[in-house]
Design a protein around this ligand. Structure first.
Ligand SMILES: [Zn+2]
Length: 260
């Protein structure tokens, strides 16, 4: 697995604690809040998370995903429900995005669930449940000529298990904001390419896993976990031990298998 590197200079990093500005959270994310009404309201037929049963249905070319993740300066927020990370709005935007079927979906934020929300079920084996899951939330840009157009959502899910330290996340997990509704800005950049595993992923159509559970979300769930130290995982669980939604019915939805 790629993505292991040591960034010794991070040890000298200075963290500036700031009080969260409500507008900042809304501008940076908002997807996990109920501020924006669902473009595709819940039908209870296509909800997330689900048990991923590895599929032999190959991903069609129209669902292939490409990543464009320039390094950026992050803000770390305790939202009161989860630990969320987004770009420092005082910096030039990195315009990190994924592309699916020639459409760009821009990264709004990423956050962590404890325990993992999706489960992996290999045949004749108990379902695998990892301690944490990252959600990278992307949204299609607004169309100025068609403001009523439904903006698509792509969420990339990556599991975390205990193991070696993460060079990209170590400083953040050493300094998680324990007080709800506080943020700090990391005086360094992080490169999310190191957090996306190589290998197999699974794609299906589902929903957000927080209110209002909007459907129409394109999910990309990576099979191979990345690692954090057990101590870092515990740091997050000490703040949010159970912010995972229960498994939802799959309802015969197709799960595609792709490779990154
Ligand atoms: Zn999530």
């Amino acid at each position: 697995m790629r993505g292991r590197r040591t960034k010794c200079y991070l040890l000298a990093i200075v963290l500036s604690i700031t009080v969260m500005l409500p507008a900042m959270g809304a501008a940076a994310g908002g997807l996990t809040t109920s501020a924006t009404p669902c473009s595709t309201p819940p039908s209870n037929q296509a909800q997330s998370p689900i048990v991923i049963e590895p599929s032999f249905t190959l991903l069609p070319a129209s669902k292939q995903i490409s990543f464009y993740y320039p390094a950026f300066s992050p803000v770390v927020e305790n939202t009161g429900r989860e630990i969320e990370i987004f770009e420092n709005v005082s910096e030039p935007p990195s315009l990190g995005k994924v592309t699916v079927n020639h459409v760009d979906y821009y990264l709004e934020q990423f956050h962590f669930h404890s325990n993992a929300e999706h489960h992996l079920k290999f045949s004749h084996q108990p379902a695998v449940e990892y301690p944490l899951e990252i959600h990278f939330v992307h949204k299609e840009a607004p169309d100025p000529s068609n403001p009523n157009k439904v903006r698509g959502t792509v969420v990339v899910a990556v599991f975390i298990e205990a193991g070696s330290a993460s060079g990209e996340l170590a400083t953040i997990f050493d300094n998680l904001p324990t007080v709800p509704h506080t943020t700090y800005t990391l005086n360094d950049v992080i490169n999310l390419n190191y957090l996306i595993p190589e290998g197999t992923f699974y794609q299906y159509k589902g929903s957000l896993t927080t209110p209002d559970y909007c459907e129409g979300v394109q999910w990309y769930v990576f099979e191979e976990p990345i690692t954090l130290t057990a101590a870092h995982i515990q740091n997050l669980k000490a703040i949010y031990p159970n912010n995972d939604r229960a498994i939802q019915d799959r309802n015969n939805r197709v799960i595609y298998r792709g490779s990154h």
